[in-house]
Design a protein around this ligand. Structure first.
Ligand SMILES: NC(=O)c1ccc[n+]([C@@H]2O[C@H](COP(=O)([O-])OP(=O)(O)OC[C@H]3O[C@@H](n4cnc5c(N)ncnc54)[C@H](OP(=O)(O)O)[C@@H]3O)[C@@H](O)[C@H]2O)c1
Length: 176
């Protein structure tokens, strides 16, 4: 079954987007060669995307690097939303609950993995015991406010993570 991998670039103080969904801070750091990120990309069979990410800011809008993975990914994507539009563009599926979204993304990914984009969706996958891995690229900037990599989980037990790659500091397996 396809692994679910939450992937994000994150500020050193733990935000994946600035206030109001601002992503402009990422532009100057995007595109640096990273063998682990290239390995992740090579294995992605489908994206599982939150609606706010789908509709959100893209620092590369209007360039060849627009879209997921700096414009290098062009496979299927499942967008999770309570407000699906009547029609979907080719390659895009809208799902209205977590289970059907995960099922659709896994089916689309086949033998490859599913990359999750969006903190809200990733946190729900974690809470549901569905999250397999976390891949984070830490960017040397302090945003101070915005969307946290993992929203708070008041009262939740700690989740342990095991490092699974030698060539990048923040690629982890979620210990269950
Ligand atoms: N730094 C990075 O690498 C990176 C990567 C990805 C995203 N981002 C940024 O992160 C921000 C988005 O993250 P986020 O955590 O705020 O939101 P998100 O996870 O992208 O999307 C949340 C939205 O998904 C829909 N949704 C979530 N759970 C659902 C469920 N169980 N059933 C139906 N619909 C559901 C809802 O949309 P509806 O309101 O339509 O129902 C909800 O508002 C954006 O600013 C984006 O640009 C940054």
């Amino acid at each position: 079954m396809a692994r679910l991998i939450y992937s994000a670039a994150v500020s050193l103080d733990g935000y994946l987007a600035g206030p109001g969904g601002d992503m402009s801070w990422l532009a100057e750091f995007a595109g640096a060669p990273n063998p682990a990120a290239e390995r992740l990309l090579a294995d992605v069979g489908a994206l599982l995307v939150g609606r706010r990410t789908h509709d959100g800011d893209d620092p590369n809008r209007g360039t060849d690097a627009e879209g997921a993975f700096g414009g290098q990914y062009d496979g299927p994507a499942v967008v999770l939303t309570h407000r699906p539009p009547p029609t979907a563009p080719p390659g895009l599926t809208f799902a209205t609950d977590l289970t059907s979204a995960v099922d659709a993304a896994r089916a689309a990914a086949g033998e490859r993995s599913v990359t999750i984009l969006g903190a809200d969706v990733a946190s729900q996958c974690l809470a549901a015991g569905l999250l397999d891995e976390v891949f984070v690229l830490v960017v040397p900037v302090l945003l101070g406010d915005g969307t946290r990599l993992f929203p708070g989980r008041p009262g939740a037990a700690p989740v342990r993570l095991e490092s699974i790659a030698d060539d990048t500091p923040h690629w982890y397996r979620v210990v269950r």
